[in-house]
Design a protein around this ligand. Sequence first.
Ligand code: ZN
Length: 155
Amino acid sequence: MVTTTPAIVRIAKYLVRSGEDECWGWTGHTDHLGYAKIDPGPGEHGRSAAKFVLEDALGRALRPGLETCHSCDEPGCCNPRHLREDTHASNMADMARRGRAATGLRNAHGKLTDEEVAALRADPRHPNEVATAFGVSAPYVYNVRAGRRRAVPRA
Ligand SMILES: [Zn+2]
């Protein structure tokens, strides 16, 4: 009979438990997006560490069709207080609302003021330079200039 160490025990050594409401870091494997991954056990693929943390906190497996969602902007965060189970659609909407869908935004809300949007549009520099100057991503600059995206809804 093969006994394996439960994943929640295996991952505990990689968790950096900070303050209760702070993001908990992860010193183990991460994927290319920075999400914490568990070392595969026998017969396992690298799985989401946050999912295990959340399921441990919930005391049950995630419900079918739901996924692990972060309420913070730290993909590697494994603080169960920053995790919830939610639908993929809700997760995407939440990420978009907080500006995570476009990376490199300068704050959690990813919002520029109307003045900043106007200044960004008027800036004659290359989008890459403008992006750096405004602390946003180059695609964001392209989109704002193309009128496809406004950070602040019209009143
Ligand atoms: Zn967090």
